[in-house]
Design a protein around this ligand. Structure first.
Ligand SMILES: C[S@@+](CC[C@H](N)C(=O)[O-])C[C@H]1O[C@@H](n2cnc3c(N)ncnc32)[C@H](O)[C@@H]1O
Length: 250
């Protein structure tokens, strides 16, 4: 039986095994989007606009949307920073779907060509996105974030995930990551736990204790494994909230 975490929440049609089988496809999504995302609401229209430009793959779309769906209520703040953002699709979803988010800062040391296509697709269906999004082509170590910003990092790779967490701690707002490539972060877990739990789990346990020790409340969830086996999502929120937090979750 599927756990709640393993269900598709943004696009429930993908719970159908026939569609779940294609959820990890890495080739660029094109005309197939018309049948897969036929509805009139904003998320389907955005996916069709992405597909019309062959901007990203089905995997990237599902990964970003399912991550966003799980963390949005905890992370949305006036400013949201998507660190190690790659093409930046996940951050763009906050600009597109979250009214309270006024500014999205995308940070990566390299800006891929697909970012332009994603922003063009967003502008077509949601003109308010353009003014909200800024891309900073810089190492995340050099990115200064405003106090209380919500911070996300999707598949930032190894120790970069820890740098994203550190940036979140410095900003004093919530931070959510989906870690991958744990090998460079091995030193963060003691060998006994690595042997008992496996490296990935041991490192994420260690991250959780470090965040709790820094005063945050940590929750784990996951996106459907049909999209990626690197599917654990760690969400850390300041205890008692913070001054820049929006009202109750919608
Ligand atoms: C696996 S990609 C993930 C991209 C995106 N978040 C996603 O989910 O598609 C990792 C990204 O992290 C970026 N990156 C890694 N370390 C970085 C650092 N210290 N500063 C800025 N970008 C970094 C790389 O350039 C790359 O785009």
């Amino acid at each position: 039986m599927k756990s709640e975490d393993d269900r598709f929440r943004a696009f429930p049609a993908f719970d159908d095994p026939a569609l779940a089988r294609i959820a990890s496809k890495r080739h660029k999504l094109g005309p197939a989007a018309e049948a897969l995302f036929p509805e009139a609401h904003l998320s389907h229209r955005f996916v069709r606009a992405l597909a019309a430009r062959k901007a990203v793959s089905l995997k990237e779309i599902l990964e970003s949307y399912e991550f966003h769906r799980r963390v949005r209520r905890r992370v949305r703040r006036r400013v949201v920073a998507d660190l190690c953002c790659g093409h930046g699709l996940t951050g763009v979803l906050f600009a597109l779907h979250e009214r309270q988010v006024e500014q999205v800062v995308l940070v990566d040391r390299r800006r891929p060509a697909s970012t332009r296509l994603i922003l063009d697709a967003a502008a077509e269906v949601a003109p308010w996105v353009t003014a909200k999004v800024r891309f900073r082509e810089t190492p995340i170590e050099e990115a200064a974030l405003p106090a209380g910003a919500g911070v996300i990092g999707v598949h930032a790779c190894g120790l970069s995930t820890d740098q994203v967490l550190q940036k979140g701690l410095q900003s004093g707002g919530p931070v959510a990551v989906m870690p991958c490539c744990h090998s460079s972060a091995r030193r963060h877990a003691v060998s006994g736990l690595r042997e008992a739990l496996g490296t990935r789990l041991a490192i994420d346990v260690d991250r959780t204790y470090r965040l709790e020790a820094a005063g945050l409340r940590v929750e784990w969830t996951s996106i459907p494994v049909a999209i990626t086996p690197m599917n654990r999502v760690i969400i850390a929120t300041p205890r008692g909230g913070d001054a820049s937090a929006p009202g109750p979750p919608g």
